[in-house]
Design a protein around this ligand. Sequence first.
Ligand code: FA5
Length: 361
Amino acid sequence: MPSYTLEQLTEQLAAIECEVRRNLAEVTQVDALRGLESRVLGKQGSLGALISSVKEYPPEQRGQVGKTVNEAKVRVKGLIDERLRTLESAASQAEVSAAGALDPTLPGVRRPLGSVHPVTAVQWEIERAFERLGFTVEAGPEMEEEYNNFDALNIPPTHPARDMQDTFWVDNGKVLRTHTSPVQHRAMIKFGAPLRIIAPGRCFRYETIDASHENTFHQVEGLVIDRDISLANLIAMAQTLLREVMRREVKLRVRPGYFPFVEPGIEIDMNCQICGGKRCPTCKQSGWVEILPAGMVHPNVLAAGKIDTEIYTGFAFGLGLTRLAMMKYGIRDIRVLNSGDLRALVAPERFGGPLLRGAEN
Ligand code: FA5
């Protein structure tokens, strides 16, 4: 005989459900919840025992009793599972915090934005300007054959001009190129005439560094070989280029210059953009900065490059890219650019802080 009538059973189930609700509110650990679950739903548990008692009811009541007990079981199990999910989620959050791991509720850390290095920015601008004029952008190795760096450029071993640029020699007999001019020879051999190339790149000189001299700096070589090329073409192109890159009116001066690989040779200087020509350490108290030495390619250099000197002439220049970047962005001291100081990477036009504007020599 069953212990309860259907009515009593229903009351009993309601009491169990009520008890479970009260206990659940007090349970704070997953283990304790498992214990509660077994005390209620286990075979010997308060509700478990009632489930087992269904078979004691006469067959005509069993359907109704079973349904009532089962509905109570589903509700109680649902309450226990819901509490379990809450406790497990709280436990895993506590674990994450204890491990010092990411807390997605904290506000994010703002990462500082970098930008292109000033020298690279000017280099890209120059490359685009020359590409529009039909030039090819060439590259040469930084560790260069002695022949290409000197001999092919009309600077034989005994030539005093070898002392004009102090050289880093490498054990294998090569040099760290002292200028981008060896790419002139490489391009003549590679393409022949007519020819229009620029060659941006890093150069190295074993020299004392100061506000405007680095032992590692950038140049852009330019070379045009064709029929009827003249010095006037060179000067016009250089002026247009420098004004376009600077995006403002700058004063340029042209004076004679000597380089063994050009004849005649010239130097194009820009009025110092740091002091406005009033003289400062960056311009070595001269008011002018050497930016673009150039000239008509020497016939010996054309001949070394297998160019027919009866037909072709050419001009070449060696733009001081690092110095041009300094002038463009108002960078007083060249050493900032190789220093790795991240402030040099903040777009200098927008920066204007003490490092770039006020670095003292
Ligand atoms: C040359 O290197 C020649 N090859 C340039 C040339 C090419 C002349 C083609 C004629 C025809 P120079 O040593 O003056 O020239 O260097 C060229 C430019 O590089 C200079 O005007 C200057 O702007 C830059 N420069 C030279 N030395 C340094 C240095 N130590 N640090 C930073 N910039 C430098």
